[in-house]
Design a binder for this molecule. Sequence first.
Ligand code: PEP
Ligand code: MG
Length: 595
Amino acid sequence: MTVSVKTDIPPDTLLIGIGASPGIAIGATHLLNRVRVVAVERSISSEEVAAEVDAFWKAVALSRQQLEEVKAGVTDQHLVEHLYIIDTHLLILGDAMLTSDTVALIEKEQINAEGALKRTLRKFREIFDSIEDEYLRERRSDIDSVGDRLLRNLVGVTQQSVTEIGKKAIIVAHDLSPADTMQMDKSKIIGFVTDVGGRTSHTAILARSMGIPAVLGLETATGLIAAGTPTIIDGTSGTVILNPSAETFREYLKKKQAYEYHERELLAYRELSAETLDGFRLALRGNVELADEVPLAISQGAEGIGLYRSEFLYMNRPLPPSEEEQLQAYRDILAKMAPHPVTIRTLDVGGDKFVPEINLADEANPAMGLRAVRFSLKERRLFKIQLRAILRASAHGRVRVMFPMISGVAEIRACKVLLEEAKAELVAEEIPFNAAISVGIMIETPSAALIAGLLAREVDFFSVGTNDLIQYCLAVDRGNEHVAYLYEPLHPAILRALKMICDAGREAGIEVGMCGEMAADPLYSLVLLGLGFDELSMNAPGIPRVKRILRQLRRSEGVAILDEIFGFATAREVAEYLEIEMARRFPEYFAGPIP
Ligand code: PEP
Ligand code: MG
């Protein structure tokens, strides 16, 4: 490969993307040849049909073989637990909708295999694009990844593998598949940036688990960055700096050293409990989407799973999972997490996106539409199957069931009626379960916060979903970059809502947790402690840092700052106050070079 440095890039050119995997990498770029294969559709004669169908099946077989090879090549323990991603890709490859729809198109429409595949993939993409939930929507990238592989194999185009990179580099690519990421040799690939992708894509999840800094979603990186460009990437803030000046270089070298030092130091906190200096103990738990993420949560010191997003089980498949299949999945998580508790959140999706047998109309306003528990209460048969599976799992470990997006008492009562029905069925069938299973709700709508006192009488625990609570309280779409500046966790309205929820929970004597992203930001730890949260559940890598902070705080300090906090009129004032308070206590985190 010829190395050419674009001299027209001015020093310290700044690009901002999505910080998908924390850490700092400094080095020269390597452009990965990821020319997208464009499928060209053409009509074929009836004599050509058999050959096109045959070519399609050969491409499927070759893709399968390649994925099996990636799997066989993974030995790194951190990656073994992520092999489910490749398994997911293998499942997609074997998906009847993908293969039989394509073959049917070749046969019925008499078009070539490439064209037929393109049409089938477009249909899949449309389904995924209409999904409102960010995590699930990004599973589209798995379909894209399999689709690209199939297409390349169909037209016989090979692409450069990450394993061919011979010297240390920061990879720049339009997109990287999870399979690419898994094959990365950390001693060579010190970081990567891509045009597409988001924080919850599998590529991002893998990068975090491998400890490779990554900035995704830069949109135009491949057009702008030449091979060999000296580059700094900061995967924490999502910053990329091209042609850094000597001064910027020194600044980031210091940041990198400080980051690496703190990461090593944090390892020591994994085994310790999250107990404050005045003996107040919080439960720090992990948020997971899949059983395979549980070992990572354990390795980060999670004392249970505070949010299991069960919707993942319903994905990548034409029909929803059976009761037995769900039971196996729940038992798997429980067994891995034992003796700690696992909170299973019931299905949190909207509409007909995953359940083709149910055909609901498109909604003008999906965030306020038939989503989460509203969907479950409408599709009661589906809901009952899930409740039965959760109940049956409760015979095998500490399961808690949690209902998402509750907006009023009638809704939780309706859920409990169904739960009781499911229990009665199991009793009649002599199937064991824990009759005293803990029942909780997510508090993520303003109405739920306002009537937290009424809701607290109905349940055993609350878990605050700040991702949604903030969006609904402040009327700010959590995925809309144009109003992102209004998405403020420290907004006085949010702080008041959190206080109402905690006070109501305490008065009723029930546990109050938080499982939104706000729980993972150590800047908020002092306030959350003061408000009286019993549990903080977060993405696993966030746990050691929050634990370290909590262990050096007193709950009384948290309570003492509340008066001050509630005296401020804007989120900025609260943030400035908190930054000073936290920097005074933890200069290495809040006042030093690490943001
Ligand atoms: C939340 O809304 O804060 C939450 C944890 O749920 P999700 O991000 O899955 O909507
Ligand atoms: Mg939510």
